[in-house]
Design a protein around this ligand. Structure first.
Ligand code: ADP
Length: 223
């Protein structure tokens, strides 16, 4: 058993002749909030997509383990099941489904994981209440503020008690105050539930608050 929640070794990604990731390795412990920073085009999003299993490395001699599961050996079906249960995603734009309510958006990953509608709805409602959205359960995304939409996205990411939350510019679309509240929420979740976070961000304040800041440049991590 590894003490690390995420172990990645030698992740490489090539698009044609363009080598976007040149052999990236990282180790992240449970309960760590790690930010990945660096100039545009450095490969941050690509790295997050690989460790989030949304995309695969181009090489075969890599290691990727989350919570002691060797992800390089899983087929697509097993991988999507793993992803739904063990990884929560938060993006710059909330990516909530517009035709569903806040409650439904949060409950959907739990339905997919096999919970009954009653169980899933009850988990979703509890989370939304915990995140201060008790009065917004039945609102559709368009009726929510930017900050509220992003908190619904956080609840959705949390609903299956994932091993890790991966966030790509989560506060990139928020004003300073809402960004601050969102960042505070991440640290509250870490303190209360020992939740692990990997966050790609341009936000200096968030990067400075995190337990560890990984600097990426030209396809490599320079810690
Ligand atoms: P960052 O998140 O640090 O801004 P990205 O990971 O988005 O960087 O992109 C790194 C490099 O890879 C960029 O040069 C980008 O143009 C290129 N890239 C990303 N995705 C693709 C793709 N699907 N096809 C070709 N090139 C890509």
């Amino acid at each position: 058993m590894s003490v690390f929640m995420i172990v990645a070794k030698n992740l490489r990604k090539q698009y044609g002749n363009l080598e976007v990731l040149k052999g990236v390795s990282l180790h992240i412990k449970k309960g760590e909030v790690v930010s990945i920073v660096g100039p545009s085009g450095a490969g941050k999003t690509t790295l997050l997509q690989l460790i989030g299993t949304l995309d695969k490395p181009t090489n075969h001699d890599y290691v990727l383990k989350i919570n002691n599961t060797d992800l390089s050996r899983l087929n697509e079906k097993a991988l999507s099941k793993f992803r739904n249960k063990e990884i929560g995603f938060i993006f710059q734009f909330h990516q909530l489904l517009p035709e569903f309510t806040a409650l439904e958006n949060v409950a959907i990953p739990a339905y997919i994981a096999g919970f009954s509608k009653i169980e899933a709805d009850s988990k979703a409602a509890k989370l939304l209440e915990h995140l201060g959205l008790k009065d917004r359960l039945h609102h559709k995304p368009a009726k929510l503020s930017g900050g509220e939409q992003q908190r619904v996205a956080v609840a959705r990411a949390l609903v299956n008690n994932p091993s890790v939350i991966m966030a790509d510019e989560p506060s990139g679309n928020l004003d300073t105050e809402n960004a601050r509240q969102l960042h505070q929420l991440f640290f509250d979740l870490r303190d209360r539930f020992n939740q692990t976070f990997v966050i790609v961000t341009h936000n200096e304040e968030l990067a400075e608050m995190s337990d560890r800041k990984l600097l990426m440049r030209d396809g490599r991590l320079i810690e």
